[in-house]
Design a protein around this ligand. Structure first.
Ligand SMILES: Nc1ncnc2c1ncn2[C@@H]1O[C@H](COP(=O)(O)OP(=O)(O)OP(=O)(O)O)[C@@H](O)[C@H]1O
Ligand SMILES: [Mg+2]
Length: 256
């Protein structure tokens, strides 16, 4: 099981110059093996929320639990993919993917099997021996995804992972992520500014308020797991896109 509960969480950043309340009384439950996409105004606190779930930050108040256990710090049960690549330039693609499993002490044969499996799922089997500098930005992102999956987390946290990619590369990343997620379901929290991306990938889309980030609205995505890129032409998809856009405009206007 991997259910995440964010219960009345506050996060306050205090520096010598400034006090910022990024989250306050923020609550959200993310179900086991659900993909939740989070959208919201820039600077509202989405990355902060992800960092709290990851255990990189501690809440100022409230609790975050994973299957009832309080998140106390980073652990192998949660993997994170950021917008910038988290690949080691001095390691081959295969060694990057196998790094987490090696740190966890997985046997060499198990590691090799996992590396092969996830490189295949992200479509990079032919590049196992390549170094990151020999890859395109989209390919490095695939390595990053394979790396995140290979260490066998229960939860995948993604912060605008495809934000820097062009549309076609992005589309191919959606397909790659869906393929891996179907093969190995996880509880996924995916932060994005791209409404179509959120609707294409999510079971629910959460619209956050301006800072402090709280849940402004939740959209249940009615499409089944078998989604192809043409789904975007569906009138139901476009109607939901408009609903979310309006919701975002509402919170934006409230803030300004
Ligand atoms: N380590 C930190 N120290 C001080 N303030 C911080 C820190 N991290 C984030 N903040 C502040 O908290 C607020 C929320 O930041 P956060 O990065 O979570 O926003 P975001 O929703 O992810 O924005 P974006 O969509 O632009 O990525 C911002 O005002 C930011 O300046
Ligand atoms: Mg952010």
């Amino acid at each position: 099981m991997a259910q995440i509960t964010i219960d009345s969480v506050a996060k306050v950043f205090e520096t010598a110059r400034k006090r910022t309340v990024a989250l306050d009384q923020t609550s959200l439950t993310i179900d086991h093996h659900e993909t939740v996409c989070v959208v919201g105004p820039s600077g509202c606190g989405k990355t902060t929320m992800l960092n709290l779930i990851a255990g990189f930050l501690r809440p100022t108040a409230g609790t975050i639990t994973l299957d009832g256990r309080t998140v106390g710090g980073p652990a192998a049960d949660r993997a994170v993919v950021f917008q910038s690549d988290a690949v080691f330039p001095w390691l081959t693609v295969a060694d990057n993917v196998g790094f987490g499993p090696r740190m966890q002490g997985m046997a060499r044969a198990v590691r090799a099997e996992r590396i092969a499996r996830f490189l295949d799922l992200v479509g990079l089997s032919d590049f196992a021996k390549a170094y990151p500098k020999e890859l395109s930005g989209g390919m490095r992102k695939r390595v990053d995804l394979a790396r995140a999956y290979a260490s066998g987390p229960d939860v995948l946290l993604l912060d605008e992972p495809f934000g820097a990619l062009d549309l076609f590369t992005k589309e191919s990343m959606w397909t790659a992520l869906k393929r891996v997620a179907d093969a190995e379901p996880k509880t996924i929290v995916f932060v994005t500014h791209d409404i179509e991306e959120a609707l294409f990938l999510g079971d629910r889309v959460i619209v956050m308020t301006p800072r402090p980030a709280r849940v402004h609205g939740i959209v249940d995505v009615p499409f089944g797991p078998d989604r192809d890129l043409d789904l975007r032409a569906d009138p139901g998809f476009q109607a939901l896109r408009m609903t979310i856009a309006h919701s975002l405009r509402e919170v934006h206007d409230d803030a300004s």
